[in-house]
Design a protein around this ligand. Sequence first.
Ligand SMILES: Nc1ncnc2c1ncn2[C@@H]1O[C@H](COP(=O)(O)OP(=O)(O)OP(=O)(O)O)[C@@H](O)[C@H]1O
Length: 305
Amino acid sequence: MSADFVSVRGLIFEYGSSRALDEVGFDLPAGSVTALVGPNGAGKTTLLRCLAGLERPLAGSIRIDGVDVLEQPRLAHAKLGFQQDFFGVYDQLSVRRNLLHAAAIQGMNEGDMESAAVWAAEAVSLSDRLEQKAGTLSRGLRQRLAIARSMVHRPRLLLMDEPASGLDPEARRELSGLIRTLGAAGMTLVVSSHILAELEDYSTHMLALRDGHSAQVAVLSGTTAAKPRWRLGLVGDAREALAGLHGMAEVSECEIIDGDVEFAFVGEPLARHHLLRHLVDQGVLVTSLAPTGGHLEKLYMGDRA
Ligand SMILES: Nc1ncnc2c1ncn2[C@@H]1O[C@H](COP(=O)(O)OP(=O)(O)OP(=O)(O)O)[C@@H](O)[C@H]1O
């Protein structure tokens, strides 16, 4: 990862006399998948619209891959895609026509549009639906089409505003898989949401906004999403549980919290069963094992304190 693919300094944005972004500044490395988190009204959408060059801030600077978004918005537009709700998805048009339309809006040569549409459909696993009308797709598939539209010109940066809103758990899981795949393919992504659990799956970085102020970007891991964390409820001495967990292959980052033990654990349900069995065999008085809100939630809540 190289540093500073996205670089924001002193960003101020006001709606009338109401300040939505107040001296926001951060850097994001290339290839990162950043969870943009914050409560309702924190300024997430406003920030994304500024990054996309759709709003002009009162002050500050935004550079994307070396391009000054405020001075060269057209050049910046070529480098980024912005997915917001189902904006630009036309229900009466086929998937192919929707994608060709997006390619035309991006100013692509006519000769390149067809291959771009086919590539984008493939990237979001819609190749087998190219001739289907968008209006007949499920919500999850329409969301994928909206994402495909926003990346038809192969941007290096993809901005997504609440992409999982309104999706059922199955479609959310598929969306997480898609975002992971795009990240693994080298795309830099910024994904906003106020549901931390869904961001946990694929984010490498977290940027928290609160009342228009940004906190420092937190690194969740080098290149992959943070490991899921679990909390072990106990009666008795937590240090015994810690000793029991020591050296188990799937377990890392153990810590004692309020008499319980929290740890990162990557493994199937059967591996969890073996873990519990091992602890019980060691005489550890286990009362519960449950997933925590995860690393991201911990960082976010810590940031609030
Ligand atoms: N068009 C607008 N006119 C006036 N104020 C606005 C406008 N859009 C947003 N705001 C205000 O700016 C602030 C930031 O809003 P924004 O939509 O960026 O927050 P958000 O973090 O995306 O919120 P949510 O999670 O609810 O989508 C809020 O106080 C909001 O009321």
